[in-house]
Design a protein. Sequence first.
Length: 455
Amino acid sequence: MLATMLFRGTFVRSRLITLKSSTLEGALGELLDVFPSHLKISKDATLRTLLARENIMSTCLGNGIAVPNMRIPMRRPSYVIAVGRCPGGLYVNGRPEYGNVRLLVLVLFGENCESHLSLLNGIMHILRDCADPKIIDGNLSLDKLYDAIISLFDCNFSTTIARPSHFHELRTFLRESFRLAVASGCTCTFIFADAVSDWGVFSSCPSGMKRVLITAIPRETLPPDVDADHILTVSSYANYRLVQLRSAILLALSRDILHMSEKVCCIGGMKGSNRLDCLLVVNVAEEYRALLSARHGLIPKNVKPEVFERVIAIAHEIALEGREGHPVGSMFIVGQHERLKNYYRPLVLNPFQGYPREERNMLNPFMDETIKEFAALDGAFVVDGDGIMEAAGVMVHVPDEHRIVLQGGLGTRHMAAAAFTKAHDCLAVVISQSSGQISIFRNGQMLSLAGKIIG
């Protein structure tokens, strides 16, 4: 159902072709030719821009897929998609990664599509992480390939009916959980919706209690009639459910969905299991008071909540994946760049300098690998409140009067983050190289999120 909204309205059978050209330029030209004439796409100008962007940042995702994209003048729809099958890969001089491409997915967004980075992020992650190998190997007919691509999105964005054997168990668990929530004085319920397939079971939440659904599915791809007061998109980090919970509460605080005086009933289960097996009541004030103070809120006023969420997500990916088999430690300083730029100095040449703002916006999903690559540099990232990567590999200046002594076992990154956030209106996210633990710093205070398990 959701795939119909996300994909089928913008991708039709006529926009799936087998490419004749073996060069990237020729392949992109063929895909531009299949878009409808009423869009009035300037082929030459669009092709030049697409090729220029590929020179700056490759859109190859691995797994045999590339997703070139750009924004063009377009009223309706807000975006369109064309897909080309590349039987022999594509030739780009000096860029061997294009030789492995078997599907070239071209996405054109309207200039007024404000959520284009979020939509692109959702499309990219499904194609990169969930594509069936038989889609890539070229053995399917175009008709079957079209059905397979649609099914790929259906599998990840559908809300099918829960299996009957689990339905009664789900309703019973929810009913008892809501009773406990009321008895405990909870004002809000967090439900980790990806555990079950039928979101309709959540409609029995007591009246007067806020119902917040937590999902890894991008908000822009959900239908407008989902029955919830709020929906938060929070990435799921393997089986680390408490990490997702803490991230969800922090995001809710940053969006003013939650307040310090509230209690939250959190209900969850393993993703895709069709079972709910976890119930936790959280007193927000007791859990997070150390991180917050009367002087500042959770995040600086000039930092967008989605940027805060993206920093946390990338930090978890760095902690879990490392780089080339080795653990990586890093630090992100997030705040208004104009106020912070006089308080750090570069340790290396700034790799982000000179690039257009959109190309270095961390909300752009194609920035992920670039950020992870630079995470191995000594020093910190500096991120503006809009998500613009301003610098990497920098050392922050901390006045002596703001230096903080932390508990044993924490290194110079943690001490620098604590002192810098005490001295300046910003937040910091630190990944420990030794343990993989992720810590958030605000006002000189630290909140730890679980990292990878060592040993």
